[in-house]
Design a protein around this ligand. Sequence first.
Ligand code: HEM
Length: 321
Amino acid sequence: MRNDERIESQINKLEEKYKNSGQDLSSYLDGLLYQKYLTYWDYIHLDTLLSIQVPRTHFPDEEIFIMYHQITELYFKLILHEQKQIVEDRSQDLQYFIEKVNRINSYFKALISSFGIMIKGMEREQFLRYRMALLPASGFQSAQYRMIEIYATPLENLVHHTERESFSDKNSIEELFEQIYWKKGATDLTTGEKTLTLKQFEFRYTPRLLRISNQVKKSTIYHKYLQLPEEHRKNEQLIKSLKEMDVNANVNWPLMHMGSAYRYLAKENKEVDATGGTNWKDFLPPSFQKIIFFPTLYSENELDTWGKQWVDHIFNPAKKR
Ligand code: HEM
């Protein structure tokens, strides 16, 4: 096709498109004439992105702390982007499911392998000072982290392990949500008093988290897996990818994260308090919380030893992991 013929055919198609929605092509062509060329910096809103690292103290390492949290939240957003597509999918296409879960895993792997930026990349002395200007804020208040859990598995699997036996899908979403593990972690068990960090988080996000929990009541990633035809459910690649996601989200990332708490907050005799007010040595270990998104994919032994590698790491550092 000659160039002028191609342009004529494109104009005809455009005319058709705009006519169908009651619009005038000529006005849109004027708009095209006057429009500025797109630039890289406008397209990705670079100036905005680089203007939101605002430290509260003069310690240079605080900027690393802010930026790495922001990077993590963007990866959380990528993970949620894939999770939502799985939850909304009606095709039950096996390859599609595997592809989405593999993407989630590649985002988690990037987060896990980069966590050294937090563990080794800041001076402890600076960290222990600037954190005092951040009270009572804590990564505990990451709503996207909570959403990743809610999209992945039914709420009964997120109930605190001491209560998990007593709750099931027969309970209402509101009842299950009240028993979610992280609420217990930030509550004084003797007085029943919630930490300020938790109270503020609940005030800001409870309606939204409940809305999402209700929306995915029967369509979390685990439900989507269980609803697949049997031959798909038995697919080895899918099972491998889902188990990898579970371990990335509930063991490997938490262990890297816990490494940073040990580096900055653990002392020989007395621990430094966490900014969120949890008893972090009991709250953070994956083997204590035992959050497992897809429990029927594991053997009894795998369930029993969930996240146990940290025990070896802390108490038997010589033993190979
Ligand atoms: C020096 C680096 C870090 C330290 C020392 C640290 C410490 C802690 C501590 C002690 C807690 C327990 C809650 C509390 O009482 O505050 C916590 C929770 C949490 N932090 Fe961090 N954190 C660090 C970096 C990060 C980063 C980069 C993120 C990324 C968003 C993050 C996300 C979270 C999340 C999601 C929780 C809740 C975990 C759960 O409920 O299982 N943290 N952190």
